[in-house]
Write a protein that binds this ligand. Structure first.
Ligand SMILES: NC(=O)c1ccc[n+]([C@@H]2O[C@H](COP(=O)([O-])OP(=O)(O)OC[C@H]3O[C@@H](n4cnc5c(N)ncnc54)[C@H](O)[C@@H]3O)[C@@H](O)[C@H]2O)c1
Length: 342
């Protein structure tokens, strides 16, 4: 049985990865401090106990379930993590624990930097010492707002990073490379779709919610590109890495779409959606990423389209409209979320 640690495993990506690894009969362990008091661990338990689909696990009352077995702790707690590595002798470590996103990192520059870099250093050192293979989620945001008109591959020279989130991730990449454990560094596109710990702030997720709630969408810079990957495709990709680990740094996305293409896709799902082009709202990113290195190395063929990101969310919203507004799903403040939805 493969022993696997997922730091930040109660989050948007980690909770879905845990579930898949369980289903594949691996032995995943979550290490997380539940920053958002999130109830993803109760929802995982409901799925494992009752064999219900994710959409049904999102509507359970978390008070009716225990959390699945996990280890509560901060990623900066070296002693606790050392004990865990000694006990379980991990074959693989997925390192996801972080303050994630533009707003929370700008609001907590020092704290987010400390969590990111100190946590990564501890994990990289422990992986080296205990001979565990490390899979780190960096981000394609490190390429900046508007790097070039071309597809960006991993050799693109990153010159100046302005925002704190990307700075943290870039520095963490350097720490891993320097300490040189057996690593795979992924630079994912915006991961999107339904998860056991939703993140409504991600562009396809919040555009879908806004369209459903208000039947209108306002978009600026409609010609700007963004890169996306559906969350289940992302999890498929991790499984391929486990089965055929090959050290390196890889972009990982499946769709490069303009914002106009995104809103047109969403429009297809509604009869009466009002679209408007406005100036200067939202983030200014203009980014297309080349994921061919990952696809070739791991024989990865994404299976989901943009429709597969948004349709399950719309179906779910029809059942539980207030769902996206839960505080436990927000990485940003309520005020920032309200502004995004204005
Ligand atoms: N979701 C995306 O679109 C995306 C894209 C690229 C990269 N990533 C990266 O993937 C990883 C997971 O992102 P996510 O979307 O699941 O975000 P998330 O915020 O849902 O998950 C982060 C998890 O880390 C935990 N955490 C935060 N601080 C901690 C600390 N000090 N100690 C222990 N645990 C802590 C949180 O409780 C949470 O469960 C992150 O490293 C993120 O940078 C995400």
């Amino acid at each position: 049985m493969t022993q696997i640690l997922i730091t930040g495993g109660a989050g948007y990506i980690g909770s879905m990865l845990y579930l898949r690894l369980k289903q594949l009969n691996h032995n995943p362990i979550i290490y997380d401090n539940l920053t958002y008091n999130q109830t993803s661990l109760e929802r995982i338990n409901a799925i494992l106990k009752n064999r219900i689909p994710i959409k049904d696990a999102l509507t359970i009352n978390p008070k009716d379930y225990e959390k699945i077995d996990y280890v509560h702790g901060d990623i900066r707690d070296k002693e606790k993590l050392e004990g865990l590595f000694k006990k379980y002798n991990f074959d693989f470590v997925f390192h996801f624990a972080d303050i994630v996103g533009y707003f929370p990192c700008e609001d907590q520059k020092d704290l987010s930097h400390e969590i990111s870099t100190k946590g990564t250093k501890i994990i990289a050192e422990l992986c080296k010492k205990h001979d565990s293979k490390l899979i780190y989620n960096s981000t394609s945001s490190i390429y900046g707002l508007s790097p070039t008109e071309n597809l960006i591959d991993e050799d693109f020279e990153i010159k100046e990073i302005k925002d704190q989130y990307s700075k943290n991730k870039f520095e963490s990449e350097q720490i891993i490379k320097e300490l040189n454990p057996d690593h795979v560094i992924l630079r994912p596109a915006t991961v999107s779709g339904l998860s056991l710990r939703m993140r409504p702030d991600l562009l396809p997720n919040h555009f879908t919610y806004r369209a459903w709630l208000k039947r209108n969408l306002a978009v600026s810079d409609p010609g700007h590109y963004r890169a996306f990957i559906e969350i289940n495709d992302m999890i498929d990709a991790y499984v391929l890495v486990l089965n055929n680990f090959k050290k390196g740094t890889y972009n990982l996305g499946s769709l490069n779409l303009t914002k106009l293409a995104v809103v047109n896709e969403i429009e297809k799902q509604f009869n009466n959606l009002k679209l408007s082009i406005v100036q200067n709202i939202g983030d200014k990113r203009n980014l297309k990423i080349d994921s061919s290195r990952f696809c070739k190395t791991f024989d990865f063929k994404p299976k989901r389209d943009f429709e597969d990101i948004i349709v399950p969310m719309i179906n779910f919203l029809e059942k539980e409209g207030d769902f996206f507004n839960k505080k436990e799903y927000l990485n940003m403040t309520r005020e920032q979320w309200k502004k995004l939805m204005e």
